[in-house]
Design a protein around this ligand. Structure first.
Ligand code: ZN
Ligand code: ZN
Length: 262
């Protein structure tokens, strides 16, 4: 699986047009798998793809983790829907739908597939399992993480969410392992007491998760560990310092435009 990070920042990222994004800034978090499958649909992704010479019409499937506005931007979704040549598949939790502000007419442009936590299904040439993440969004919404399996490779996408829920750890530990790549929420920096602890990770939390992944064989020995959804204003240290701390325990800090194959 070829991964391209379209954004690696947290909710505080500026929701302004792509051409006004400051150099080196992080856009809201999103990622592309093999050029066709996108994780979340924040404001900048469509223009960012075009900027990189990728036709957004090549995106056939979008998986939503949750309805927060740094992960879902209706106007951007509709641009993908109207990009032509195919009907866009859009996967989300049923409880998220009412939070997205889509009219019936807009919904008719998209093939909407609702998924529940712990559901495994076939989509976009992959076997996909939706997992219940430890995060809070809409009133009726179950926020989701995903495990994607394709051509013998497995990827865990864990944005957003502080720590793991028991059910998702159980799935990773008993069913999914060993996985080839894991992407962790790393919103907060070296701040063990940060108030976001219930819904986002600090670096010390990521360190413990990585230890557990390694010790229990959840991640392969040469598996890729990647951090994203980074809040620079919370990390309170320069990006190079955050990258150095994460690298100490084998985690790569992603950046906008970062590409990696797992
Ligand atoms: Zn977020
Ligand atoms: Zn969120």
């Amino acid at each position: 699986m070829k991964l391209l990070f379209l954004g690696t920042g947290s909710a505080k990222c500026k929701k302004i047009p792509e051409d006004q994004i400051p150099e080196g800034a992080r856009r809201c978090s999103s990622m592309l798998i093999d050029g066709t499958v996108q994780l979340d649909v924040p404001i900048h992704t469509y223009d960012f793809l075009e900027k990189r010479g990728i036709n957004p019409a090549s995106v056939t499937d979008i998986f939503l983790t949750h309805s927060h506005d740094d992960h879902f931007w209706k106007e951007t979704l509709l641009r993908y829907a109207k990009a032509g040549g195919r009907k866009l598949n859009f996967y989300c939790n049923a409880g998220a739908l009412s939070c997205l502000g889509l009219t019936e007419e807009e919904m008719s442009l998209i093939n909407i597939v609702t998924v529940e936590a712990m559901q495994t299904f076939e989509a976009a040439g992959m076997t996909v399992t939706a997992l219940p993440s430890n995060h809070i969004a809409g009133k009726e919404e179950q926020t989701l993480h995903y495990v994607f399996e394709k051509n013998g490779k497995k990827l865990f996408y864990g944005l957003d969410g502080g720590w793991l829920t028991g059910k998702e750890w159980g799935y990773l530990y008993k069913t999914a392992k060993p996985i080839d790549g894991a992407i962790f929420d790393t919103t907060c920096g070296e701040q063990p007491g940060n108030f976001r602890i219930g819904t986002h990770n600090t670096i010390p939390m990521v360190r413990l998760l990585v230890d557990a992944f390694k010790e229990n064989g959840v991640i392969k020995e040469n598996g890729k560990l990647i951090s994203s959804h980074i809040g620079p204003h919370i990390h309170a240290v320069p990006a190079e310092e955050t990258a150095r701390i994460l690298a100490e325990f084998g985690v790569i800090m992603a950046y906008d435009g970062f590409e990696i194959e797992i």
